[in-house]
Design a protein around this ligand. Sequence first.
Ligand code: RB5
Length: 149
Amino acid sequence: MKVALGNDHGGYVLREAVLETLKKNKIEVTDFGTFTADSCDYPEYGLRVAEGVAEGKFDFGILLCGTGIGISIAANKVKGIRAATVTDAFCAEACKKHNNANVIAMGGRIITPEQAKTVLQAYIDAGFEGGRHEKRVRQIADIEAKYFK
Ligand code: RB5
């Protein structure tokens, strides 16, 4: 399994926890940084990860910023991306089971590194349930097709 990781300075604090969890699960990571706590612009990193996931280069993406919100909004501007900002294991599991989220976003000012490990593990362990959720995810794609030119 291959994943892409991207973060700004606000998400920097969660990087080690994420990398450790990926290693534990033997998941290969392409790390787009940023690699320091210096201020930078989250849309840049959201875009890099989202493009890679949308192009099929990665099984999923992980994005980190202060809240997880800005970087997921940026990623969701890329066609085919379903980025979910999650704060706990329940949401992490649900975003995979129900929404087939292909990017998970977390906030370094919202959750602790220990919590990020639990959240990411819940996402990794979950699978898309399909069925009635398949129809709804298709409806999301229909909205994309209508508005993305
Ligand atoms: C950066 O200060 C902060 O705005 C960013 O990390 C993120 O929280 C945006 O949504």
